[in-house]
Structure formats: structure tokens, C-alpha cells
Ligand binder design. Structure first.
Ligand code: IPM
Ligand code: MG
Length: 364
């Protein structure tokens, strides 16, 4: 079967890593009898430079007409001086809203091969670290009414959620928990926020349909603390757009492997939007040193969630594990300067890491 993938390489290291992701998809296709047709489009700073808009209509149209969208990263210091509506990040919000991908799945996974990079004490992560954050992505304060008064000396941003918006993302939380360790934690600020109280009411009404799921609620300030104190208590976390943004950065950092983490943004139907968690790292763009593994693992999520190719997704994940088992590392996951030196020829760049994964896929 042929699948249509829209790619958005974006800015900084985006083109370097998306290239490797596509090579891996092609290798899987070759092995398993699928083919992929790519349509490369512009968004973020690259689109601003070429068209004056962070998200040209042609890009959104191409995304909506495809089976899945693979995004590298957007943004960089060059465009930081621009006003809000013209910033590269605007492209991300436009894509999320335009594709109606309201559920952002951000797994925070510690790879056992890289456990030395985890900044927490070994006894805190003795059982490993595997949390799934489900972040609401198309509502809340990111999209609420905002503005300034006439004098410009007062400003507001509004957090608003409707019952259907809450229901659909909490459902993803419950369904994800059912596929994992059957624990769901709703993170909110229900001691202060009315929106959080509505999240709790809606969740309480839904829980009867998931009798096997152990449900809990936690205030976001406490959750931020518990994530470093005892992260093993969490399985699936479901939360609002803003809290999910903050907690997912924290969760990814405690895995020690931010260059390894993938994400998927999904709606009810239509294509999903897939991107690595890390940013555009403009300082290392085009130098063949960025770690492509997060994007490669993002391609696995793409196969699993948008194309229904679970076996093929597992093949990519296994191939990445093999490459790590063999000791290959890009600089970001190679430890200290001294560790890097000791790695000698096992320290590789972007393209070589891609080659190694291709070889591991062929050998499966
Ligand atoms: C993320 C990013 C974005 C967000 C920014 C770049 C707009 O931090 O994807 O987590 O806040 O959603
Ligand atoms: Mg963020």
C-alpha cells in the first residue's frame, strides 16, 4: 500500500533529522511491502523567509490531504524579534488547530542503555521510567481570548474548556491507560481554577466506563514535585494544554534522553501530526551531529497511530534498541567529554546513525 506523508522539515536541525526519518520509513517500506510518497512543505521560519507567513495555506492543505504529517522543528533566534502573529511558533498552533489534533501524546521513556544520563538518583529510577503524558492541544489558555486594554497597561489570557473538549481528551487518557498499566492521573489546579473543577466533574462521569483503571487527581504544583521525587508512581497523565506543556518538558528532562523522545498529536479522524520533542537546535544545524533517533522513533509512532502498522512500528523501535545496545551514540547521548572520548569510533553523526538504524532494520 502507498501512503502519503507530508513532511515539514522546518528550521535548524529539522531538515537533518526529517531526512533520516524518511530514509527509515523507506527501509521499512522496502522490507514490508509499503511505499511512501512525500510532499515537502514549508512552515515556521523557513516559511516566513520564503512567503512572509509562518504557516502558508498550501502547507495546511497538503497536511490535510495526507495520511500523516512528519514535522522536524520550527523556530530560531533569527525570527525571535518578530511580533507574536509572525513568529515561527505560530505555525505550530495553526497546524494543531487546523488539523484538529487535540490530543498530544508525549511518552517520557528512559532507555535502559542511557540510564546513566538520568539526572535523578539511581534508586529513584530503579524500576525505570515510562510515563505517558496526554496533553490537551487545541484549547485552554493557548487558544482563549487574549488582549490588552486601551492604555496597554493591562493584559489578559483566558483559560476556557468546554465539556466536549474535556471529554475527548480524557477519553484518550483512559484508553491509553487501558493499553498500559491501567493508571490514570488527571493533573489540574482544581483548588483554584473553575476549568479544573469542570475537568474533574467530566472525568468522574466517565470513570464508570473504565472500572479497571485506577484513577487519581493531583494538583499541578504537586505533580511537578512528584515527578522528580517519585516518578515511578505515574503511568498516564492527562492534563490541560499549558500544564501539559510544562510537565512534559520536566518529564522528558528527567529521562535524560531528550534527544530520543517522540510525540504524536491526534484527532478523531484525519492525519496525525508527528514531531520529536526536542527543538530546532540552530547552533548545530546542518553540521551532521544532531541525534536523529527521536525523529526515527516518531516515525514509529506515525506508523502505529496513523497507518495502523503496529508491527512495522515495533521493528523501528527494536532496530533503535539494537543500535544503542551495540554502543553507538550521537554526541547528545554520549555523556561527559571524557565518556565521548572513550567512545572513539562509536561516536557518530546524524547520517551515520541513520545508516546504522537502516542496517539494523535490514537485519531484523
Ligand atoms: C511545545 C512547544 C510549543 C508549545 C511552543 C514552541 C509554541 O513548547 O510543543 O511543547 O508551547 O506548545
Ligand atoms: Mg513545550
Amino acid at each position: 500500500m502507498n501512503y502519503k506523508i507530508t513532511t515539514i522539515p522546518g528550521d535548524g536541525i529539522g531538515p537533518d533529522i526529517v531526512r533520516e526519518g524518511c530514509r527509515v520509513l523507506d527501509a521499512i517500506g522496502k522490507k514490508c511491502g509499503h511505499s511512501f510518497t512525500y510532499t515537502e512543505t514549508l512552515a515556521g521560519g523557513a516559511a516566513l523567509d520564503a512567503t512572509g507567513e509562518p504557516l502558508p495555506k498550501a502547507t495546511l492543505d497538503a497536511c490535510l490531504a495526507s495520511d500523516a504529517v512528519l514535522l522536524g522543528a520550527v523556530g530560531g533566534p533569527k525570527w525571535d524579534v518578530l511580533p507574536g502573529a509572525k513568529r515561527p511558533e505560530k505555525a505550530l498552533l495553526g497546524l494543531r488547530a487546523g488539523m484538529n489534533v487535540y490530543a498530544n501524546l508525549r511518552p517520557a521513556l528512559m532507555f535502559p542503555q542511557l540510564s546513566a544520563a538520568c539526572p535523578l538518583k539511581p534508586e529513584i529510577v530503579a524500576k525505570g521510567l515510562d510515563i505517558l503524558i496526554v496533553r490537551e492541544l487545541t484549547g485552554g489558555i493557548y487558544f482563549g481570548d487574549r488582549g490588552r486594554n486601551d492604555k496597554g497597561d493591562s493584559a489578559w489570557d483566558t483559560e476556557a474548556y468546554s465539556i466536549p473538549e474535556i471529554e475527548r481528551v480524557v477519553k484518550i487518557g483512559f484508553d491509553s491507560a487501558m493499553k498500559r498499566s491501567k493508571k490514570l492521573c488527571v493533573v489540574d489546579k482544581a483548588n483554584i481554577l473553575e476549568t479544573s473543577r469542570l475537568w474533574r466533574e467530566v472525568t468522574e462521569r466517565m470513570k464508570a466506563s473504565y472500572p479497571e483503571v485506577e484513577l487519581s487527581y493531583m494538583y499541578v504544583d504537586n505533580a511537578a514535585m512528584q515527578l522528580v521525587r517519585n516518578p515511578g508512581q505515574f503511568d498516564v497523565i492527562v492534563t490541560s494544554n499549558m500544564f501539559g506543556d510544562i510537565l512534559s518538558d520536566e518529564a522528558s528532562q528527567i529521562t535524560g534522553s531528550i534527544g530520543m523522545l517522540a510525540s504524536a498529536s491526534l484527532g478523531d479522524s484525519g492525519p496525525g501530526l508527528y514531531e520529536p520533542i526536542h527543538g530546532s537546535a540552530p547552533d548545530i544545524a546542518g553540521k551532521d551531529i544532531a541525534n536523529p533517533l527521536a525523529t526515527i522513533l516518531t516515525c514509529a509512532m506515525l506508523l502505529r497511530y496513523s497507518l495502523g502498522l503496529g508491527v512495522e512500528a515495533c521493528m523501528i523501535e527494536t532496530a533503535v534498541e539494537r543500535v544503542l545496545d551495540e554502543g553507538w551514540r550521537t554526541a547528545d547521548i554520549a555523556g561527559s567529554a571524557r565518556d565521548r572520548e572513550a567512545l572513539a569510533d562509536k561516536l557518530v553523526g546524524t547520517k551515520k546513525m541513520g545508516d546504522l538504524v537502516l542496517k539494523a532494520i535490514e537485519a531484523l
